[in-house]
Design a protein around this ligand. Sequence first.
Ligand SMILES: [Zn+2]
Length: 331
Amino acid sequence: MRATHSNAITSARGSAVRTLGRRLVHPFLLLAAVVFVSAPAAAQETSQRSGVEFKQVAPDLYFLFEFTSSNSVVLVTGDGVLVIDTRQHPRDGQDLIDRIRKVTDKPIKWVINSHFHGDHHFGNPPFKAAGATIVAQKDTARLMEKVQPKEIARRGNFFKSRGFDPNEVKLVLPDVTFDSEMTIHLGGREVRLAYLGPGQQAGDTFVFFPHARMVFTTGMFGPRSMPNMAFTPSVETWLKLLDQLAAMDVDKILPAHGDVSTGKDVKELAAMLADEYATVKDAIAKGMSLDDALKTLKFPQYKDWRNYGRLEGEIKALYELIQTGKRGYLD
Ligand SMILES: [Zn+2]
């Protein structure tokens, strides 16, 4: 295996994305798409544990979809395995390794942590023990370390609901970090990591699988799901990133939360985020107090979305951002 790093300056990011776009239209990819369409449904495995699916989304790519927690992606090659995100507890991480072992006995060489939230890296310990090299964008690594106690504390209810012991969670930091781009070559496949600026938070990492015409996205996008807004330094930047994602030349989006998606789902989320942000901004401009905003801004049009129950927290987070520019959670 080999990896190349690039510390492209901000102005080079656009051309890096265009390069990715060009590489994504190789005629071979069409063949790969045909193979995927004809893959037998039996290749998909649904867990006995409710709500967890481990499904094959390309001949060599698996998507672990857990609606009530977080997702992972697994690339299986003849030279080894690459994993994106290790789930919310070491026991869930071990569960993912067990599932991988049902489809390949190749070593797990690489783990990517897509962003700092604990539901994407608390499963790191068993992967580290299995010998994987863990990679993350440098801000992700910094924030993982900085807010670890808060990340454990805010997942107390989840641990309780699963019977998981919070004391088993141990911080395992990345072995390798990158600034804006990194390419991993494994078993004849190319995996491209790109940091295009903060969306939901600093460190949000896109992972491209050019051969499958797919991209993995962080918490900045989830289909019909209201995202936590306590970490973003700028909703405007986040919206620009969503526009960029919607315009990417890929067939499928593999989100960190929610099922396999397309650009249409991204546009829907972007419209919701823009609507909520503009409404709160307008309320503040008119002098509405936070208490009154919490009482009157209900956004009933999104009541069927995942995490609608977060609405009050979101309004508080947007008030904090718009009025102070601060992100208290990250202090
Ligand atoms: Zn998450």
